[in-house]
Design a protein around this ligand. Structure first.
Ligand code: OGA
Ligand code: NI
Length: 366
């Protein structure tokens, strides 16, 4: 393992601000016994961000999706109403009775674990260099974020419209394909109900986002136990860029969402899918539903793994607010029109602020 990292661990003690080349946090922690955090992982938290809520009354909404498919008309409209409240108040919710079997989710988590356990040299083959590469693995160095490394390794695959996955470990591809398909079905049902919850025709979002050709990313995050977790970060606060993201994890918590200016710990139960509103649903809904800020903390007890499935529009469809939600003086269209591909490219090159919201007057003027 140690051979995979081109640094000698003694020099780490007096490590420079700029990090040496590290292929994964996993290899780094396995190569030596850390009692303190290497300095290039020190993350400066924004102190205004530190309010944590422990109010048990204020909890994340739960949606029983089976009622949308097989419930009475009354039950269906009740769930649609709950979705409206969940998306407008919170920007996230838990989904139960969703039909993605617990054994499939467990198999997916185990398969990702096996991928991360591959020798570093074998994983390197899948590193990729461009954000649009269909398979990419790596670790979190982002010089724009406080010059800190993120305490997190990842693997990302494009699962739709074309399915891509690494050819190892054995069985990974088959499980990943099945898992991506089942989760996509859940999102298809949710998008119909969410369209209705906005007062739009059931197929509105599906058509406006050209969801049949929509981009689906299957990503796993691997956060090893960290010697000084309060000084490091897995993923800093951000918004996801698609329409809806589904998240599951291995039973170790660490995800937080921002709600009413406070951070909430999210514990995702084994048979539950955690769903977040992402930027393109915010744009389509003209801001009625806002994407939710979230982040991943790390801990010193156990490795955490999460799987994030990002479901977005098709890359070449221009996304704009639904005219029905942007047709009067009090609700003018509040977002510029871009294809999803343009949005991603602007975001990746730092030309978008973390949340892209320009009113149309500003966009015309600029
Ligand atoms: C992400 C993400 C959170 C987590 O991958 O975009 O926000 O809990 N992950 O790992
Ligand atoms: Ni995210």
């Amino acid at each position: 393992m140690a051979s995979a990292i081109s640094l000698d661990t003694k020099s780490l003690k007096a490590s420079p601000v700029y990090p040496p080349k590290i292929t994964s946090v996993k290899a780094l922690v396995e190569s030596t016994d850390f009692s303190s955090l290497p300095s290039f992982y020190t993350f400066t938290h924004n102190l205004h961000d530190e309010l944590i809520s422990d109010d048990p009354e204020d909890s994340i909404p739960i949606i029983d999706i089976s009622l949308l498919v097989s419930g009475t008309p009354e039950e269906q409209s009740q769930v649609i109403h709950q979705l409206n409240k969940a998306c407008s108040d919170w920007g996230c919710f838990m989904v139960i009775n969703h039909g993605v079997s617990e054994s499939l989710t467990k198999a997916m988590i185990a398969s990702f674990q096996e991928f991360f356990d591959l020798p570093e040299e074998e994983k390197e083959e899948f590193q990729g260099s461009h954000v649009m590469d269909p398979i990419r693995c790596g670790t979190g160095f982002n010089p724009s974020i406080n010059k800190a490394n993120l305490w997190r390794d990842f693997l990302k695959c494009v699962a739709h419209p074309e399915f891509h996955s690494p050819n190892k470990p054995a069985g990974f591809s088959e499980i990943a394909l099945e898992f991506s398909k089942r989760n996509r079905e859940v999102v298809t049902v949710l998008l119909k109900a969410i369209s209705k919850s906005l007062g739009l025709e059931e197929s509105y979002i599906n058509k406006a986002a050209n969801f049949e050709l929509g981009l689906q990313l299957l990503a796993a995050n691997y956060y090893p136990a960290c010697p000084e977790p309060e000084k490091a970060i897995g993923i800093p606060s951000h918004y996801d860029h698609g329409l809806l993201t589904i998240l599951v994890n291995n039973g170790v918590s660490g995800l937080q969402v921002k709600h009413k200016e406070k951070w909430f710990n999210v514990s995702i139960h084994p048979n539950t899918l955690f769903v977040q509103v992402a930027d393109h649903l915010e744009i389509l809904s003209n801001g009625k539903y806002k994407s939710i800020a979230h982040r991943a903390l790390v801990n010193n007890r156990a490795t955490r793994m999460s799987i994030a499935l990002a479901h977005g529009p098709s890359l070449d469809t221009v996304i704009r607010p639904a005219p029905e939600l942007a047709d009067n003086e009090s609700h003018p269209p509040a977002y510029v029109e871009l294809t999803y591909r343009e949005f991603l490219e602007l975001q990746q090159t730092g030309k978008l602020r973390s949340k892209f919201r320009l009113n149309s007057e500003q966009s015309k003027a600029s």
